[in-house]
Design a protein around this ligand. Structure first.
Ligand code: ZN
Ligand code: MG
Length: 454
């Protein structure tokens, strides 16, 4: 047994507790990994998140003094990186303030969301490219990327996506090189920068250069002729009627890039004129801004969201019955027969996410929702919604359907929903639910799983 443990065994009661905690803090400050490890493994009474009089934890002390191996050890053993000092600083604030680069890198690496570990990532929500938002104003840099041999262009025409027609594989984005795009006759398109990435490789795998290919996207506002843009020669076709469905059949890692490209290109397509004064606008910042061409326009002063791409938030709620055994789903008249989904609606200005969710559910079904829990979100590029997925707990059960918005709303049991999730669209009777690329499907799945042990 080492010395530290020997003398502590002579201490008794609250003194021993205070002494242990003191040593634990000192070890964190001094960078003594062994002492930290010993204290935690021999003395269960020492909490890894114990705080001193100033609200500091061992993690913060280690970060303050640049001991990144202690920071790593504490995080791996469950230390909470979200705690703050009495004056409101987090461990990342402390590391940054004291310029402990190694510590900050360790913290970021640990805090980096990984799809499997911390949060649910929906289709269209993968971010395959580093958007390099700080580079968008650097015209020379962006222009230099456009002509590189490795650069890839996603192509849209009237917001339909060019996809590969290779029959042996599932649909995927047909990217063109600069030379291919330069050779086409019809050049009447908008171009936006997507970012640097490396599709097809898992960016979480260390050792892979994540930012090696520059991606751009273009949109023809008027469909080009086959001579103007020879899609077939390139081995592709535009996604055509039912384009939303076809854009939901792409490999997951391409879906985020498509969502980003399509939403921004759709905004350029629809906002050619200044909403403030009606003058013409021009694209700026590699596609992430439109500037009014009228120099007198009010939009040039102060904060004006009209200059930036729109995002329209939508709340989508899986409502659980008061006894927890059923969930509330509704159907719109345009849905395929027997399909029911979560209730959803656009948020209104000046409304919190929670109030919007309660209002939408109540308006459409008459059901009152109490507590709400956030599940996940999904960008929806038709044209630019952000779906905010919630689980809501009903405090009433009686349904009064709003016939304007819904054809029907009903409570479904867990087994009905579980069967529908498993059955897909080939199921010939009973409930159908949206496909797995829709956040509604994921909310239903989360609820089924949540209650699996009841
Ligand atoms: Zn204007
Ligand atoms: Mg609604």
């Amino acid at each position: 047994m080492n010395n530290a443990l020997e003398d502590v065994s002579n201490l008794r009661g609250s003194n021993a507790q205070a002494e242990l905690t003191e040593r634990f803090f000192r070890a964190a400050s001094d960078g003594d990994v062994n002492a930290i490890r010993n204290t935690l493994s021999f003395f269960r009474s020492v909490s890894i998140d114990h705080r001193n009089d100033h609200g500091w934890t061992a993690l913060m002390l280690a970060a303050r003094n640049g001991h990144k191996e202690i920071v790593k050890f504490l995080l791996e053993n469950g230390a909470d990186p979200s705690l703050t000092t009495r004056t409101g600083q987090s461990v990342t604030d402390i590391g940054t303030f004291w310029n402990q680069k190694g510590v900050v890198d360790t913290l970021y690496k640990f805090l980096k969301p990984s799809s499997s570990r911390l949060e649910h990532v929906n289709y269209f929500g993968t971010n395959a490219a580093n958007r390099q938002s700080y580079q968008r104003k650097d015209v020379q840099y962006i222009e230099s990327l456009k002509t590189l041999g490795s650069t890839r262009y996603a192509v849209f025409a009237e917001l339909e996506l060019l996809i590969s027609t290779n029959k042996s594989s599932k649909p995927s984005v047909l990217f063109l090189s600069y030379d291919q795009l330069n050779a086409v006759a019809d050049k009447e398109y908008d171009v936006i920068y997507i970012g640097k990435g490396c599709l097809g490789k898992n960016s979480d795998d260390s050792g892979i250069e994540p930012d090696t290919i520059a991606y751009f996207a273009i949109n023809y506002r008027h469909f080009p002729s086959e001579e103007g843009f020879p899609a077939k020669e390139f081995g592709g076709e535009f996604s055509g009627k039912g384009y939303a469905t076809r854009m939901m059949m792409l490999p997951v890692e391409e879906s985020g890039l498509v969502a980003q490209a399509r939403s921004i290109l759709a905004w350029h397509d629809r906002y050619r004129f200044c909403p403030t004064c009606g003058s013409k606008t021009k694209m700026a910042e590699s596609g992430y801004k439109r500037s009014c061409l009228n120099s007198e326009c009010r939009s040039h002063n102060g904060v004006h969201n009209t200059c930036f791409p729109r995002i329209d938030p939508v709340v989508i709620v899986l409502v659980v019955s008061p006894d927890g055994t059923k969930c509330l789903l509704g159907r719109q008249a345009r849905f395929p027969p027997r399909m029911y989904s979560c209730l959803a609606g656009f948020m209104e200005p000046g409304e919190s996410v929670e109030d919007a969710a309660r209002r939408e559910v109540h308006e459409e079904s008459g059901v009152e929702v109490g507590r709400l829990e956030y599940h996940s979100s999904q960008p929806w590029p038709f044209p630019g919604q952000l779906m905010i997925g919630l689980v809501g707990y009903a405090v009433s059960e009686k349904i009064t359907v709003d016939q304007e918005e819904l054809e029907d709303a009903k409570w479904f049991t867990r087994s009905e929903v579980a069967e529908a999730l498993a059955g897909g669209f080939t199921k010939d009777k009973g409930l159908l639910v949206p496909p797995k690329h829709a956040i509604a499907h994921q909310l239903q799945k989360a609820w089924v799983k949540m209650s699996a042990n009841l």
